[in-house]
Write a protein that binds this ligand. Structure first.
Ligand code: ADP
Length: 359
């Protein structure tokens, strides 16, 4: 009978998903070692907490997967645990104090809109802000910020971001064709993103807001391994708050050493512009309840608002902060300050540096 090779075993381990993240344990760097002695195989799996509730499932799935490799007669799984602290990253950003990842469980919930509002809002509060559009599959930040079709400059072999209302901005869409990216395998996205990140000259920034693709794919993984993320802001709408979406996104980021700064509920309620009646079209409040259950901060709610949609689509999100619509102005300002506040909380825990005092 043939002797199993390590490569064949690792290929099989790629079929074992972390039950909470729905990503395989090889990609998640949880397989620390594989040793073989004839048909006997020992797989060492590193958990992110010794209290992992999924240990039994992972053991069973690893045994079943490795057992399918020809020549394997016995599989044992050894667990270790390392509660991960601040991640080591490939790209150093000495001038960037805080990186805020904006994510969502699924597309269309207003994640990019919230990322743009955060960047513009933090700038208005007096911070130095960058905005990185990392949504390789559907980059929309250039449109949202009104700089579609702009050309990037290069100085000393570094890419100089475009500036829009005082925010330094780069979209991965300027470098990668989204139609190609859709068919790329993980390692290709990984290489492109890392190379691109290392080539940008952000200068001095208090906050770099990163608009991530929805879901739990390769790009968040690559980014978290490439740049030092302070925390994630998860955007959801009330109706998608089948808690599981937000939970999955939060769990994924935490596993990647990116703590959750909190949840924002977008399209939360509607205020009639004529009679000012407030209507919870999608049963608002789901995100707040979810935040409570998941034990993460609730960062506020943004109404479904026709002006906001127009400002977003015409590339002027800054108008939300000085619109005559008190409700909208107050809502977006609250979210911006809540996020800045949570970044400061992280800072006081030694994970980032505070830059902006907020109420
Ligand atoms: P995502 O990044 O999650 O795919 P977008 O930010 O691109 O979503 O938003 C999707 C659409 O919804 C855009 O046309 C945007 O203008 C609109 N939109 C987002 N948030 C709101 C809101 N609070 N009120 C009205 N329209 C919104």
């Amino acid at each position: 009978m043939s002797t199993p090779t390590k490569d064949a075993i690792i290929e099989q381990l790629r079929t074992v998903d972390d039950p909470e993240l729905h990503q395989d344990i090889v990609t998640l760097n949880m397989v620390r070692n594989v040793t073989t002695d004839g048909g006997n195989v020992v797989v060492e799996v590193e958990l992110t907490t010794p209290a992992c509730p999924m240990k039994g499932t992972i053991r069973r799935d690893v045994e079943a997967a490795v057992g399918r490799v020809p020549g394997v007669t016995n599989v044992s799984v050894e667990f270790s645990a390392r509660v991960r602290g601040q991640a080591k990253t490939v790209v150093q950003m000495p001038g960037v104090k805080n990186v805020i990842a904006v994510g969502a469980g699924k597309g269309g919930v207003g994640k990019s809109t919230v990322a743009a509002l955060l960047a513009v809002g933090l700038k208005r509060e007096g911070a130095r802000v960058g905005l990185l559009d990392a949504d390789v599959y559907g980059p929309s930040i250039p449109t949202l910020m009104g700089v579609e079709g702009s050309r990037l400059g290069v100085r000393d072999d570094k890419i100089i971001p475009i500036e829009a209302v005082g925010v330094k901005l780069i979209s991965i869409g300027f470098f990668i064709d989204p139609e190609q990216a859709v068919v790329w395998r993980g390692p290709m996205v990984h290489g492109a993103v890392q190379q691109f990140l290392g080539d940008v000259d952000w200068g001095e920034l208090d906050y770099l807001v990163v608009d991530l693709p929805p879901g739990t794919g390769d790009v968040p993984l690559t980014l978290s391994q490439s740049i030092p993320m302070t925390g994630s802001v998860i955007v959801c709408t009330p109706q998608d708050l089948a808690l599981s979406d937000a939970r999955r996104a939060i769990m994924m980021y935490e596993k990647l050493n990116v703590p959750c700064l909190g949840i924002v509920e977008n399209m939360s309620y509607y205020v009639c512009p004529n009679c000012r009646h407030r209507d919870a079209i999608f049963d608002h409040g789901g995100a707040k309840r979810a935040a409570g259950e998941l034990n993460v901060p609730f960062l506020g709610e943004i109404p479904l608002n026709a002006d906001l949609r127009v400002f977003a689509d015409e590339g002027t999100p800054q108008k939300c902060f000085n619109t005559a619509d008190d409700e909208l102005r107050a809502a977006v300002t609250h979210v911006v300050r809540a996020v800045a506040g949570q970044v400061s909380v992280r800072a006081s825990m030694g994970q980032a540096q505070p830059t902006l005092s907020v109420e």
